[in-house]
Design a protein around this ligand. Structure first.
Ligand code: SAM
Length: 420
């Protein structure tokens, strides 16, 4: 189909959050359009799919509102800023429920849908972000593209991080040419950044970051040279602490600290670890779920591939005197295969994989004789694929709960509990 201007009636949202309309029996995916809306869109064939760009909203949804940020139409950071938060979360829940139903044949009535968990802060919640050089400044990727949109301040970031995109770009100056990306982290009220370089480190980066630390604008910083170009350098207090977990800006942290607390509490509650039980935790990061599970006096094997995360988790465990956890650094799939070969048994499994999900999870979970598992998911399609695999190995869903870790975006966090 060549480029066409069409009036479209948006019926629903797709798994990735686009409005979906029908044209001549085919689905058209329209970014930014909401269910119930009539829009004028430019429609074209992209690969196998039809995609529409909204030219005009002819009949808006009652949930549509003016976005709170002037860059909302160009910046890819917040793609749902034009939607009321309650509707955002209801739509996110629907996306997860529908992915389970359509991709995994798991019907809505086969599990309990627990109350959605909103973010108390619709803006100013984001404690972690990745910035990219953008025409001599720093910014985010643009909407549905890898073009970059420069930003001075960002209202989604927590207060201490909000002015940093502009401030760091000004401080790094011509050095930005050597920068691949900059990571921001706020934890426990302190700020640390990591500057990831294309090549080897240069003294200039240490000087600039050292000055920002002396001025009290950062607690600490990390300079990470490009692959094979040397080791990381640490400046000031690069490791931060929140809720007993240690973080570094060059490692993982859940983006929304307040909702994360609720996520951890509800996931561990659903897991129901009993004293003395063996728990396998895959994709354990810095110990976000590990320590609360260990606090229930279970014996935990926590598997994580990133060396910095394992190191921080071990350091936090020593500092807190946590007993009963074995930290394993390695690929989840390889470690799980090894545990199966060794004939190990686990009562419980908690997994929190990246967007790609955990291919092979059904076989590991059944061979390790797990009777109850909690899957923490950031990608509904990967969750559905893995849930179908688990179903085929005898697991049945118990409950599902969605969390708004990322208000103003289509991203959703879901916790699915299954038993066998
Ligand atoms: C969504 S994060 C969750 C981390 C942690 N559970 C938390 O709540 O902070 C996913 C984690 O999986 C780790 N990871 C990615 N691929 C992995 C793999 N193949 N094997 C083990 N860990 C992996 C990442 O380093 C990251 O820490």
């Amino acid at each position: 189909m060549s480029l066409r201007r069409l009036e479209l009636h948006i019926e629903r949202l797709s798994k990735s959050g686009d409005g979906v309309a029908q044209v001549e029996g085919r689905a058209v995916f329209v970014s930014g359009a909401l269910p119930g809306e009539k829009v004028l869109a430019e429609v074209q064939e992209l690969g196998k799919a039809l995609r529409g760009e909204v030219l005009e909203v002819l009949a808006p949804s009652p949930a549509r509102r003016p976005p709170a940020c002037a860059l909302a139409d160009t910046c890819g950071g917040c793609d749902w800023m034009h939607v009321d938060e309650q509707v955002q979360l209801a739509e996110k829940e629907q996306i997860v429920v529908s992915a389970l139903e359509h991709l995994a044949d798991i019907e809505r009535r086969s599990y309990v849908l627990l109350p959605r968990v909103p973010s108390p802060k619709p803006l100013g919640y984001r404690r972690r972000a990745v910035l990219h050089p953008a025409d001599g400044r720093l910014g985010f990727f643009g909407r549905r593209s890898h073009t970059r949109v420069a930003v001075e301040t960002c209202p989604a970031l927590t207060g201490p991080l909000e002015p940093l995109p502009g401030a760091l770009a000004a401080a790094l100056g011509a050095g930005l040419m050597d920068v691949e990306e900059v990571h921001l982290l706020e934890a426990g009220g302190k700020v640390a950044v990591s500057v990831h370089l294309k090549g080897a480190s240069k003294p200039r980066f240490g000087e600039v970051l050292g000055a920002l630390i002396r001025e009290g604008r950062l607690a600490g910083a990390v300079v990470a040279p490009g692959e094979g170009k040397g080791g990381v350098e640490l400046f000031g207090q690069a490791t931060l602490e929140e809720d007993g977990v240690l973080y570094r800006p060059d490692g993982f942290a859940q983006a929304n600290a307040v909702v994360n607390r609720e996520l951890v509490a509800r996931a561990v509650e659903a897991l129901e670890p009993q004293p003395g039980q063996a728990v396998l935790e895959l994709y354990s990061g810095n110990g976000n779920f590990t320590f609360p599970i260990a606090a229930r006096r279970a014996q935990v094997v926590a598997v994580e591939s990133a060396p910095v995360s394992v190191q921080l988790a071990q350091q936090a465990a020593r500092a807190r005197g946590v007993a009963g956890v074995r930290f394993v650094q390695g690929d989840a799939q390889k470690v799980a295969d090894g545990l199966v070969r060794e004939g190990q048994r686990f009562d419980r499994l908690l997994l929190d994989p990246p967007r790609a999900g955990a291919p092979g999870i059904g076989l590991w979970a059944s061979k390790l004789l797990v009777s109850r598992l909690v899957y923490v998911a950031c990608d509904p399609a990967a969750l559905a694929r893995d849930a179908e695999d688990l179903w085929s190995h005898g697991f049945r869903p118990v409950s599902l709960q969605v969390f708004d870790l990322f208000p103003q975006t289509r991203h959703v966090e879901a916790v699915l509990c299954m038993t066998r």
